[in-house]
Design a binder for this molecule. Sequence first.
Ligand code: HEM
Length: 230
Amino acid sequence: MALGVAALPFTFVVHVLGLAAVVLVLVWNLYFRGGLAWDSENKALIFNLHPVLMLIGLIVIGGEAIVSYKSLPLKKEVKKLIHLTLHAIALVLGIVGICAAFKNHNESGIANLYSLHSWLGIGVISLYGVQFIFGFVTFFYPGGSPAIRRDTLPWHVLLGLFIYILAIGTASLGFLEKLTFLESSGLAKYGSEALLVNFTAIITILFGTFVVLSAISEARAATEDEYTAI
Ligand code: HEM
């Protein structure tokens, strides 16, 4: 599965948009929302960890993990190690980010798991975990036979991209939901914070788009064996 265009320009755009997304979500939560805390009397600071860790972890580091096969001029074995390490970091940050949302709800007396965003979020993190375990066992340790690797690789790529697109959709719903809560409590609809949140969501969607474009484009000429299963 490959577009007939080179991935490298797309991976460059991925790095730029990823950096922009990280800066925007940090400015939002550190400057506009008052900062981050795991333990605090101000429960909103605990919540703020949620968008920061989900965006930097699952979305940006997860996206960089996906494009690492296309963006790095390294040997396939090294890229495989980088791919799985970045995904492991993304998964751990995603789990901690979701724990922060639950912690905020539990300590503030808010119900859990009532929204479409939260239901899709549980689906995304569960699928991400299952995809990671299957990928690890099949392609890294102990590793399947050459035939199993060859046959499962297209599924690994397809399901990986599906889960990633679902994660981008879930994050977008999260931005929408949080901004709607804030606007219902009086935040100016065309104020700078509202614009910042909407732009962060748009950058997130563009980032995801270029991650997918990179993944389905041609690898560098010298390392054309990226998606071979062995
Ligand atoms: C792919 C990334 C994300 C996943 C997997 C995810 C997952 C979740 C989950 C499972 C909950 C439920 C917590 C509970 O019920 O106690 C939740 C809550 C919440 N999340 Fe996210 N989230 C993501 C990104 C975001 C982002 C970027 C925002 C932006 C602010 C956000 C905003 C919210 C809000 C406002 C809640 C509380 C209301 C609710 O439960 O729907 N989320 N998220």
